[in-house]
Design a protein around this ligand. Structure first.
Ligand code: GLN
Length: 615
């Protein structure tokens, strides 16, 4: 391999800015040595307080890591949100929500206090978490821990194991949690086997993770339950959103209100030194540093979250979005018709009704506000007969957006407006949901190519206003725009040079790269001109010339295919040149016509560029 130039090496070694930010956090907050390593679980007291690792996972599945991001530590209370989500899906929301509240308690994590109904305040404090584990234990028995371990592993995207020493240490000393267990039992929140439930709870707290794992787990929460690295839908979107809700209100215990006020990112800490923060639709953060503050949260981890939130202004309630960005182009066929070259009668009809085919090109996400904006924009002007929505650049649809789309299409159906969609790939996820929304509607059509959609709508306009598109009709040379202005005698002379060719549907008539040695006047049928990469430049019907670029170029630059059975009159270039010499007036006419036809095409091409850059 060729060695890279110094500039290229600098480029490949350069760091993405987010990684640089994490690096800066690591070096800046390493200086922070306040706090204490948790030692109420004796084994936790052995953690090296110097460890510091940070990881950030994006929702496209990239994981940034700095420092000790691969050092394993026990998950502790960071297991609570995941086990709560698991319980919701496993046992049903009714059962779980009936047993455990969702109100912040303002208490420390290990508070032995239930609410006025003698239920735990929320699933983030120990009482609620033990109740959650208890519900799973009641239903799954000996299988309970394995179910929890597997769920945690799917969130992390790898198989997680247990730190047996930490488990044993907590099991020996966890009387406070046992007390909570008995309190829950006596209030019938969990049924009998307190020891069994506590065993599962201690094991679940002793599951080993790294800062990287935590980042991926958090990103899965931020991504409606789809692990962005493995692509797996781990739990339902319902369970995830409710989990993030309790993390928001209670994830940081008696610091929760302050936390959400200042940092504004749902988070959960664990006495092992981990902090997990999940910013919905954006990212997941995991950090590890064992020294804790008085609330039991990692001192450095909190600093990292604060820095992330303030530096990038990520407070979740500090957002806005401009729905108007969804429309990148909005025009009618007067401004940008299809690439089908029309005959004069069709052209006249289309010119008189150009506002009746409206084309709206969209980009990004079809959200509630985006679709609302589009529907108001549509209502603001003259009602077209056809609205074409080009969805090539649409990347996703929210559920609210999809519902509003269905409602908007229904409204259009009632007004007899036909909706034409382009750019939706069949068998894609979008296609399926689109079918779902529009199954009942008779006014929705779809074509993959925007140009085909426009052409189809134009045809409908031509038919509706009394025009006809007769592909089988045979036209005379006199009707050719390229030959406008030629006398009858000149046309007869030219006709004598013609050979009539017939083509079957699908035949390749001209190929890019061939010598350009003849021109053709289409008499019947239709052909299309395509670039070698498949881009269609024009569709031509009877009465149009093709291959006329032979007058200007030596080699064919595009392919021409017959769209249906077609006939054309072929004039070899050398004969045509001889004809031009013999008829200088006709020659001048033809070259002027050619210039006019090329100018028309250029105007259309410019309009297409202009539409996309100026909307
Ligand atoms: N296993 C720990 C406990 O129950 C978890 C507490 C925490 O991380 N805040 O005491």
């Amino acid at each position: 391999m060729k060695p890279l130039s110094p500039l290229a090496t600098a480029w490949t070694r350069s760091k993405p800015p987010l990684l640089r930010f994490l690096d800066n956090c690591l070096s800046e907050f390493s200086a922070e040595t306040s706090g204490h390593v948790a030692d109420y679980i004796p084994e936790l007291g052995k953690a090296d307080p110097a460890y510091f690792g940070i990881s950030l996972a994006t929702l496209d599945g990239h994981v940034y890591e700095v420092g000790d991001s691969r050092v394993p530590f026990t998950i502790q209370s960071m297991s609570k949100p995941f086990v709560f989500a698991l319980a919701l899906d496993l046992l049903g929301a009714g059962k779980v929500e009936g047993a455990i509240g969702v109100e912040p308690s303002g208490d420390p994590f290990n508070s032995i206090r239930l609410n006025s109904e003698n239920h735990p305040f929320n699933p983030m404090v120990n009482a609620g978490a033990i109740a959650c584990t208890g519900l799973i234990y009641d239903s799954k028995g000996a299988e309970a821990f394995e179910q929890i371990r597997l769920a945690l592993s799917r969130f992390a995207g790898r198989d997680l194991s247990v730190d047996e020493a930490v488990y044993a240490s907590e099991s020996q000393t966890g009387d406070r949690n046992r007390a909570i267990g008995y309190l829950l039992k006596t209030n019938a929140v969990i049924s009998d086997n307190v020891a069994g439930v506590l065993d599962v709870y201690f094991r679940q707290c002793a599951v080993l993770v790294t800062a990287r794992d935590i980042a991926v787990m958090a990103a899965t929460l931020a991504n409606r339950g789809i692990n962005p690295v493995t692509g797996e839908q781990v739990l339902s979107a319902y369970a995830i959103s409710r989990t993030l809700s309790v993390m928001t209100s209670s994830g940081m215990y008696d610091y929760a209100g302050e936390w959400i006020y200042r940092i504004g990112i749902p988070a959960k800490s664990g006495v092992g030194g981990g902090i997990l923060a999940a910013l919905p639709a954006r990212l997941g953060l995991g950090s590890y540093s064992p020294k804790l503050d008085k609330h039991g949260s990692s001192v450095r981890g909190i600093k990292v979250c604060e820095a992330l939130s303030s530096h990038y202004d990520l407070h979740m309630l500090n957002r806005s979005d401009d729905a108007r960005n969804v429309v990148i182009a909005d025009y009618d066929i007067g401004k940008s018709p299809s690439r089908r070259v029309r005959r004069p009668q069709e052209r006249e009809i289309l010119a008189a009704h150009e506002q009746e085919v409206r084309i709206i090109e969209l980009v990004g996400t079809l959200s509630l506000s985006a679709v609302d904006y589009i529907s108001r924009r549509l209502a603001g002007r003259m009602r077209p007969q056809f609205v074409i929505f080009d969805l090539h650049r649409v990347t996703s649809t929210t559920r609210a957006g999809a519902r509003l789309v269905a409602e908007a299409f229904e409204e259009l159906a009632a007004l007899n407006v036909t909706v034409v969609l382009s750019g939706v790939r069949r068998a894609s996820k979008e296609w399926n949901s689109l079918r779902e929304w529009t199954a009942e509607l008779k006014n929705v059509r779809d074509f993959y190519l925007l140009d085909t959609a426009i052409e189809w709508a134009e045809d409908q306009i031509v038919y509706r206003y009394g025009g006809s598109i007769d592909f089988h009709e045979t036209t005379e040379l006199a009707e050719q725009p390229l030959l406008t202005g030629l006398s009858e005698e000149e046309l007869t002379d030219l006709a004598s040079l013609c050979t009539i060719r017939t083509y079957q549907s699908g035949a390749k008539i001209l190929a890019a790269g061939d010598p350009a040695d003849a021109l053709y006047f289409l008499r019947s049928g239709a052909v299309h001109v395509t670039l070698p990469d498949g881009v269609r430049l024009a569709t031509l019907t009877a009465g149009m010339a093709f291959g006329e670029m032979a007058l200007l170029e030596q080699t064919r630059s595009a392919d021409v295919f017959a769209d249906m059975a077609a006939t054309a009159c072929e004039v070899p270039l050398k004969d045509f040149e001889r004809f031009r010499k013999q008829h200088p007036r006709a020659s001048e006419c033809i070259m002027r016509n050619l210039a006019q036809l090329l100018a028309d095409r250029l105007i259309v091409a410019n309009a297409k560029v202009d539409i996309l850059t100026s909307t």
